[in-house]
Ligand binder design. Structure first.
Ligand SMILES: *[C@@H]1O[C@H](CO)[C@@H](O)[C@H](O)[C@H]1NC(C)=O
Ligand SMILES: *[C@@H]1O[C@H](CO)[C@@H](O)[C@H](O)[C@H]1NC(C)=O
Ligand SMILES: *[C@@H]1O[C@H](CO)[C@@H](O)[C@H](O)[C@H]1NC(C)=O
Ligand SMILES: *[C@@H]1O[C@H](CO)[C@@H](O)[C@H](O)[C@H]1NC(C)=O
Ligand SMILES: *[C@@H]1O[C@H](CO)[C@@H](O)[C@H](O)[C@H]1NC(C)=O
Ligand SMILES: *[C@@H]1O[C@H](CO)[C@@H](O)[C@H](O)[C@H]1NC(C)=O
Ligand SMILES: *[C@@H]1O[C@H](CO)[C@@H](O)[C@H](O)[C@H]1NC(C)=O
Ligand SMILES: [Cu+2]
Length: 577
């Protein structure tokens, strides 16, 4: 427990109250949870690394890649001082943390804060409330999260316990995406030309590509296990732009959690994780002592779009009965689904059922929203800045609004300080034009409008959002992430959402809880949540290329009238633009 600031006073008048206070502590506070505060220093810096036979500098935290793992218990507080010693602006986002009343610590650049400039510092302070499981942290500025990320693990309070078999081995498995180039150059090139960004050169597991890539075998991640061990793999998809299939050769995976919420356990051979999502799987080391590949590769749902088709691996390595490692044999490779195997994805996501929790899914809806999500194109004059398909630049939108963020302040600061002219609150609650979303969309509908439009939610309102994929350019699975919240996924399906017949199929009994929902390719997903966390909250596609093209919007959740229902004042060190 944090020691309260010790002001040892010589005055005897303090002694009686102090004595009483100690008595109170003994008799009343003894059974209370002992919540801790954890302090971390994050130094953002340039670090030289070798991958795929090449060396180049990447941006890291504390020179580590992946960055440091943060572990805490539900109820604990975190104080993380970020110092920027790199040459780029940066912010850090604590992905999936609810940030109750502390939106200032959420992190998305120009949404809740201005960036930490080179040489600057900012201290993120927040408390973990009613969340357990696997989350992660990452940069939320440009595409720096390609290398600036790490695990954020929330253990149960000391008075409760993990509701499944206690794992002997507990490891984060962070799936990443690697470019042989400075990621900022990759981004700048795409933003300049208007074309799709270059695809990555490799995927990684905990920063390492693995045996199937050149110059990578020595550094392949190995996870030693003994026969009979229960192993918890905390799979995090930190890839910039790609959904991934994940499997472990010859081992059944039991899925027990996703995005820091437990679910009813179910068994599967393969999981699919969208960028931003996490999945906790248990496995038992019940196979003959040998070496088994842990592998991941793309689930690519868009048609005729290039993607990185390589495979990353780590090794589950059994100790031999003699006590050594089984190192001789070539590891067994798992069968991964075809790149376009949407049927496997649908079967997998269809198995998720939430664990009964304190929070109940809202059955009455106050705000019934319908957002299209998808790509778009801006027509342009042929030239170096117009290299998208057929003389266009790529764009993307929600309800035909392609998101533009301010550059001189953040949305949250503008809202909190009533700065006029930064944004409007007329984000459309339904598509401005009704069309056959997943059909043959006419060309006249392909070009979105640019804007900084927010949508206001009353404190405590029950919100439902139908997310509808569009076929503009191509249908595609989009991982949509809501900041400051987790939500119930009450339904999903293919084609156009049917407001008459689909709601009768909603799961209002045991829907899974997530912070990032993969909207099925050419389909829809419906989420519900209670707007109980005031602030400005970004809602966006977690494919960074799509986000850069504008696939996002922000909610304003107004303050409530009660105690602890208002946004806390901004911290004194909040970076200014
Ligand atoms: C992208 O790929 C093209 C073609 O391979 C190459 O010429 C270009 O240099 C790459 N750009 C970046 C920033 O990696
Ligand atoms: C990956 O794509 C390349 C060409 O882009 C192709 O030659 C190769 O066969 C593909 N690999 C797999 C595993 O599909
Ligand atoms: C998946 O791709 C294969 C070829 O790579 C193709 O034959 C098949 O029709 C595709 N399946 C779907 C569902 O698109
Ligand atoms: C580009 O033009 C070709 C030929 O007219 C057409 O087949 C294709 O669908 C177009 N692509 C886009 C993205 O507009
Ligand atoms: C889509 O509609 C356009 C006209 O809007 C038509 O020219 C084209 O043939 C249609 N494509 C398909 C696959 O139906
Ligand atoms: C989006 O707005 C633009 C500009 O008003 C319009 O041309 C286009 O048809 C709209 N598209 C959709 C899908 O609403
Ligand atoms: C860094 O952030 C500051 C403050 O918002 C801004 O003025 C500057 O242009 C940013 N630099 C870059 C390279 O984006
Ligand atoms: Cu997307």
């Amino acid at each position: 427990m944090e020691a309260s600031s010790s002001s040892s006073s010589s005055s005897s008048s303090y002694i009686a109250p102090l004595f009483l206070f100690l008595l109170q502590l003994l008799f009343f506070a003894a059974p209370m949870e002992c919540a801790e505060t954890h302090y971390h220093n994050f130094i953002v810096q340039e670090t030289a690394v070798n991958r795929l036979c090449k060396s180049h500098n990447i941006i890291t935290v504390n020179g580590q890649f992946p960055g440091p793992t943060i572990s805490a218990r539900n109820g604990d507080s975190l104080v993380i001082r970020v110092t920027n010693r790199a040459r780029y602006n940066i912010t850090i986002h604590w992905h999936g943390i609810r940030q109750m009343r502390t939106p200032w610590a959420d992190g998305p650049e120009y949404v809740t804060q201005c960036p930490i400039r080179p040489g600057g510092t900012y201290t993120y302070r927040f408390t973990l409330e009613n969340q357990e499981g696997t989350l992660w942290w990452h940069a939320h500025s440009k595409w720096l999260r390609a290398t600036v990320y790490g695990a954020l693990i929330i253990f149960p309070k000391s008075s409760s316990s993990f509701p499944f078999s206690t794992p002997k081995i507990d490891v984060p498995i962070i799936l990443g995406e690697w470019w042989n180039r400075n990621i900022v150059d990759v981004m700048r090139q795409a933003m300049f030309t208007g074309a799709a960004p270059n695809v990555s050169d490799a995927y990684t597991i905990n920063g390492q590509p693995g045996d199937l890539y050149p110059c990578s075998s020595q550094s392949t991640v190995r996870i030693p296990v003994s026969q009979g061990d229960t192993v918890l793999l905390r799979v995090i998809n930190a890839a910039l732009n790609q959904q991934l299939f994940f499997s472990v050769a010859n081992h059944k995976l039991t899925v027990v959690g996703a995005d820091a919420a437990y679910n009813k356990p179910f068994a599967t051979n393969v999981i699919m994780v969208g960028p931003g999502q996490t999945t906790n799987v248990l496995l038992t080391a019940d196979q003959p002592p040998a070496r088994y590949y842990i592998a991941a590769r793309a689930y690519a749902s868009a048609q005729n779009a290039p993607f990185d088709n390589t495979t990353t691996t780590a090794v589950l390595e059994y100790r031999t009965s003699a006590g050594g490692q089984s190192t001789s044999s070539r590891p067994v490779m798992p069968q991964l689904p075809a790149f376009n195997d949407t049927a496997t994805v649908t079967a997998f996501t269809g198995k998720f059922r939430g664990l009964p929790s304190v929070a109940k899914v809202p059955t009455k809806v106050d705000e019934n929203l319908f957002f299209t999500v998808g790509l778009g194109f801006v027509n342009c004059t042929p030239g170096p800045r117009c290299q998208g398909p057929n003389n266009t630049r790529f764009a993307a939108s929600m309800n035909n609004v392609s998101m533009v963020l301010p550059t001189k302040t953040s949305l949250l600061q503008a809202y909190y300080q009533n700065t006029p002219g930064v944004f409007t609150t007329d984000f459309p609650p339904v598509p401005p034009v009704v069309f056959d979303y997943t059909g043959n969309v006419s060309r006249g509908l392909w070009q979105p409008k640019f804007g900084t439009k927010l949508y206001k939610l009353k404190f405590g309102s029950n919100v439902q959002i139908v997310l509808q994929d569009t076929a503009i350019f191509s249908t595609e699975d989009h991982p949509i992430h809501l900041h400051g919240y987790h939500f119930f996924v009450v339904g999903q399906g293919f084609g156009n959402f049917n407001a008459k017949s689909d709601p009768s199929k909603f799961n209002l009994v045991d829907p899974p809880v997530r912070n990032t929902i993969d909207v099925p390719v050419g389909g829809w997903a419906v989420i519900r949540f209670v707007a109980d966390n005031p602030g400005v909250w970004l809602f966006h596609c977690h494919i960074d290329a799509h986000l850069a093209w504008g696939l996002g919007m922000s909610f304003i959740v107004e303050n409530g009238n009660g105690k602890s229902q208002s946004v806390e004042p901004p911290p004194a060190d909040l970076p200014q633009c």
